[in-house]
Design a binder for this molecule. Structure first.
Ligand code: ADP
Length: 160
């Protein structure tokens, strides 16, 4: 059986931390599906389409990667995609409670699906989409925390 991992997230926007998780997980799976959560109750800076396009640009030329959007529960999406692995990144301890609770709930909902955690790299453990947006909104550089195309998109979004 091919090992297919779903890497779900908001990716609003995609950061170097996300990229690092994908780079490290890529050799471990036959395929990684980046599932961009498109939940209408969660407001986002970039539309699902914009987020998709940005990730496509960053990962251009990578093999065995699919970029997709989904609504609803991650476990339902995994089943639809025939994946039994949810890939998540863990940053500082603050991520732990939330990720642990979600992984337990997902296990209850879909016992055949495992959550696979990679610890954030030291260099990216404090990189977050939320902070990046806040800094970019105030006109300060975030170029070392996001890929170039994301940096350009942030500048355009906030400062025309
Ligand atoms: P969500 O809204 O689902 O948390 P995010 O886009 O914020 O979506 O994050 C998606 C996944 O990537 C989560 O597992 C998150 O912990 C992980 N992640 C986010 N930033 C980093 C980072 N800097 N290093 C490693 N993992 C990260």
């Amino acid at each position: 059986m091919r090992a297919v991992a779903v890497y779900p997230g908001s990716f609003d926007p995609f950061t170097n931390g996300h990229l690092d998780i994908i780079r490290r997980a890529h050799p471990l799976f036959d395929k990684i599906i980046i599932g961009i959560a498109n939940n209408s109750n969660k407001s986002s800076l970039f539309s699902a389409e914009e987020r998709t396009q940005l990730i496509e640009k960053v990962l251009h030329g990578w093999e065995n990667i699919e970029i997709d959007t989904f609504q609803g529960l991650t476990v339902d999406y995994c089943r639809k995609k025939n994946s039994r692995v949810i890939l998540r990144g863990l940053r500082a301890v603050t991520d732990f409670d939330y990720e642990y609770a979600i992984s337990l709930m997902n296990k209850k909902l879909a016992p055949e699906i495992e959550t696979f955690f990679l610890m954030a790299d030291n260099e990216y453990s404090f990189v977050s989409s939320t902070i990046v947006k806040e800094v970019a909104r105030h006109g300060r550089a975030v170029s070392n925390q996001v890929p170039d195309v994301v940096n350009e998109a942030l500048l355009k979004k906030f400062h025309g």
